[in-house]
Design a protein around this ligand. Structure first.
Ligand code: ADP
Ligand code: MG
Length: 257
């Protein structure tokens, strides 16, 4: 192939190799290189650097979409002065470091409704997606239904395995799951399967004392709690409802009629 022939093939070759960023930039960048007499290696490195940077960005965007995190619930929008029972430094450390995730450590967030459990869970999920991990945020009841359907098709093990691709699985509102409504032993199977390998982040209104209402029998409750807490960070958010407080502030801010 002559030089000219090879150049004419460039767009097709770049498409075949799936290098969209190089395909977009090569003409401008090689023109600059020619004009400024860059060594060929520098030109090649510059093009590949761009491809890698954009590939990382595209991957993060894809993971963010797949994570189904509630929108806008990030750490910088969380007002730590409203929750004195948890330390900002501790939560920031969890958001900035991925050591806990790499070790399969769990995070358990307890507190009454409205204190910001889901917000904080989503914020930690967001932070982990940003540094390249895969996360899934789900209401626990939805996941129980999904796993329960899989069990009926004799595909529970496969369904749990599929969740392995998520380094972090956020189960929001565990205490809304009641054993009377669903076969919750699937949650136990999930906890056991991820134990010491993959992290769970669980939010719940009730601390462990009330968990007998969730699992089919007390022995399973004990076994589930045992596995969850063995490597875990427990954050208790015992404060007034942020929802109620902000509604109250709005009410007081209204001028008297
Ligand atoms: P929970 O899951 O504990 O019931 P949420 O996380 O859903 O509570 O919080 C209720 C609402 O109040 C959400 O809109 C959330 O963003 C907001 N909120 C709660 N706590 C805080 C906080 N400390 N700073 C900022 N917003 C908060
Ligand atoms: Mg919530």
């Amino acid at each position: 192939m002559t030089d000219l022939g090879a150049e004419a093939q460039l767009p097709a070759m770049l498409t075949q190799l799936r290098l969209p960023t190089v395909a977009r930039l090569w003409r401008t960048l090689t023109e600059t290189a020619d004009r400024e007499s860059w060594p060929a290696a520098r030109t090649l490195a510059a093009l590949l650097e761009h491809e890698i940077a954009e590939r990382t960005q595209r991957r993060t965007a894809r993971h963010l979409l797949q994570a189904r995190l509630p929108v806008g619930k990030t750490i910088d929008r969380f007002d730590f002065t409203a929750v004195t029972s948890i330390s900002k430094a501790r939560v920031t450390a969890l958001a900035e470091g991925d050591g806990w995730l790499a070790q399969g450590t769990n995070i358990l967030l307890f507190g009454p409704p409205g204190v910001g459990k889901s917000h904080l869970a989503a914020a930690l999920g967001h932070a982990m997606v940003d540094v390249g991990y895969r996360v899934l945020f789900t209401r626990t009841t939805d996941l129980v239904q999904h796993l329960q359907a899989a069990r009926q098709d004799l595909k529970l093990a496969t369904a749990i395995e599929k969740l392995d691709k998520y380094h972090l699985l956020i189960l929001d509102d565990l205490s809304y799951v009641q054993k009377s409504q669903a076969e919750t032993s699937v949650i136990f199977e999930l906890i056991s399967a991820r134990y010491e390998r993959r992290s769970l982040l669980i939010t719940a209104n009730q601390p462990f004392g009330e968990w007998d209402a969730i699992f089919p029998d007390p022995a399973m409750t004990v076994a589930a709690i045992d596995r969850l807490v063995h490597h875990s960070v427990i954050l208790e958010m015992n404060t007034d409802s942020y929802r109620r407080k902000s509604a109250e502030t709005r009410r007081l801010a209204k001028p008297a009629a």
